[in-house]
Ligand binder design. Structure first.
Ligand SMILES: [Zn+2]
Ligand SMILES: [Zn+2]
Length: 149
């Protein structure tokens, strides 16, 4: 486990106070991808899928984000800060395949689109995955779902 604490990561990022506040309070959901990148969904929005971005990390520091704010503004965006201040997420993004972080949080890395064996999604699901998919960190129904014959 690295010795870099979340506050030290924040010092490196040097985000402004507003960005830090939004990163703390908005309802983000995180999925650590096989590549180590972190998919960040802002569940505060009515259409979370439209507010889904990918944060890349390097040496435990979020380095960039795919959102417009990071592209057009100076400094880190709230997604990068949101990853930085959640140590289990940051640990998982930089750790070996399976990691037990401090506090008993278990984050398992998985392939980007590998659905669970007990996936129960159906095409009629309107934007929400089945319980098995949700448990495994998917925020949308299985695109390969078939209607029951
Ligand atoms: Zn961003
Ligand atoms: Zn499913």
């Amino acid at each position: 486990m690295s010795e870099t604490s979340p506050s030290e990561v924040l010092d490196v990022l040097d985000a402004d106070a507003t960005t830090e506040k939004r990163a703390t309070w908005e309802a983000f959901e995180f999925t650590v991808l096989e590549s180590g990148a972190v998919k960040v969904v802002n569940a505060s929005h009515d259409n979370p899928d439209d507010h889904q971005y990918t944060v890349h990390t390097g040496g435990r520091i979020p380095t960039d984000c795919t959102c417009p704010a990071f592209e057009y503004q100076k400094g880190p965006c709230k997604h990068m800060v949101a990853v930085a201040i959640r140590e289990p997420v940051l640990e998982a993004a930089t750790a070996k395949p399976v990691l037990k972080a401090d506090g008993g949080v278990v984050v398992e890395r998985r392939a980007t689109d590998e659905r669970p064996d007990d996936c129960d999604c159906a095409p009629s699901f309107d934007g929400l995955p089945c319980w098995a998919c949700y448990r495994d960190g998917f925020e949308v129904p299985n695109p390969d779902a078939r209607a029951d014959e």
